[in-house]
Write a protein that binds this ligand. Structure first.
Ligand code: PLP
Length: 385
């Protein structure tokens, strides 16, 4: 089976993890701060906070920005459920902004329309989470200017997008947001097995997220509310969680970061090759906007179902039967049973639903060879007739 995505682990990655296993610290040593500095530097952001998943990073990002009961969080329906669930963890209400049919990203135009209405209804969001779907940045300039006009905070869900650029700047630099979140799940661009990281340029948010990922406790006298009682002393100053990344994960992350640019180059090579090979197929290829240099986490095609005799499901089945490990990204979050129970309905976000009904993600990852890619194209060609 050729999967739709897969990690790439080399001997240097293995050696880095083994070195940590033989060292004094398996957790709370030097690797995590080094990894945080490396990612922050790469993204040209001031600070990085590494945690055990992007889901955890989204949660502490929302907490640090003060999200709570009575607040609204808005995100894209075309995302993994974690981008929305983080709002529910904080007791906030979640709502969605439909996607742009061209980029499949949260539409800045739809956002503006929804904000105008929400202002009248006195239901403006406290946080908006644009998701850089498949690694391509959302229209951050426009979303940022709306955040100033309507007074909301921005968390970029860049789980797909480390190594990508927006207006020639690395994604994660937070020029147009408060916090950016990355995922290092094995299927993403680089991996720490499980892991996530939040970048920010705001010292207060940085310090607060550091507290929140580790029980809300501190050994820093400056953060304490009363005098230290001795060298053993620590204080709990907030209600935090245990979301720490361990040293094995961070060492793997540091090693993977060395190859990030190489990974992105390979993905672009494969994308350009797919674009050529699929040009006569009855599909819509993923659009690449001029403002963005995508990290290309996914290569999502849309089947032109009016031009082929088979359904999306039949095409999907035939690809899987022929060992092409395709997938579908994403089932619109508002159509999940849990969200339907909250009052959302099918039809609420038609662009996301239309896209979903036609979408298939075909394999793209570092280790995909030309021969494997040709096999994907041949099987797809047969599946489409
Ligand atoms: C993978 C993913 C997440 C969650 O990442 P984890 O590290 O698995 O918690 C969140 N948002 C998006 C868009 C993702 O693709």
């Amino acid at each position: 089976m050729i999967p739709y995505g897969r990690q790439n682990i080399n001997q240097a990655d293995i050696d880095a993890v083994v070195d940590v296993l033989q060292s004094d610290f398996l957790t709370q040593g030097h690797q995590v701060p080094l990894f945080e500095k490396k990612v922050a530097k790469y993204c040209a952001s001031e600070y990085g906070v590494a945690v055990n998943s992007a889901t955890s990073a989204l949660h502490i990002a929302c907490l640090a920005l003060g999200l709570g009961e009575g607040d609204y969080l808005w995100t894209s329906p075309n995302t993994f459920i974690a981008s929305a669930n983080c709002g529910l963890y904080c007791g906030a209400k979640v709502d969605f902004v439909d996607i742009d049919p061209l980029t499949y990203n949260l539409s800045a135009q739809e956002l503006e329309q929804k904000l105008i209405q929400a202002k009248k209804d006195n239901k403006l969001p406290r946080i908006v989470i644009p998701v850089h779907f498949s690694g391509q940045s959302c229209d951050m300039k426009k979303i940022y200017s709306l955040s100033k006009e309507y007074d909301f905070k921005i968390i970029e869900d860049a789980s797909h997008a480390i190594g990508g650029k927006y207006l020639d700047q690395p994604i994660g630099g937070c020029q147009y947001s408060d916090i950016t979140v990355f995922s290092f799940h094995p299927v993403k661009i680089i991996t720490t097995a499980e892991g996530g990281l939040a970048t920010t340029n705001d010292k207060g948010l940085f310090v607060h997220m550091q507290l929140l990922r580790s029980h809300g406790l501190t050994r820093d006298p400056e953060l304490m509310t009363k005098k230290s009682e001795g060298d053993w002393y620590y204080q709990q100053v907030d209600l935090g969680l245990n979301y720490r990344m361990n040293e094995l994960q961070a060492a793997l992350g540091i090693s993977q970061m060395e190859r990030l640019d190489e990974f992105i180059d390979k993905r672009h090579f494969l994308q350009e090759r797919y674009d050529q090979l699929l040009s006569s197929f009855s599909i819509i290829k993923p659009y690449q906007g001029p403002d963005s240099y995508s990290a290309l986490h996914l290569y999502p095609i849309q089947i032109q179902i009016d031009k082929v005799k088979r359904t999306r499901e039949e095409i999907f089945k035939s690809l899987r039967k022929n060992d092409i490990g395709v997938n579908v990204h994403y089932i619109p979050v508002h159509t999940q049973p849990y969200y339907l129970n909250m009052g959302f309905k099918k039809g609420d976000f038609p662009n996301a639903e239309n896209y979903y009904e036609r979408a298939i993600s075909i394999p793209i990852f570092q280790g995909l060879t030309i021969e494997m890619q040709d096999e994907v194209v041949n099987v797809l060609k047969k599946a489409l007739v």
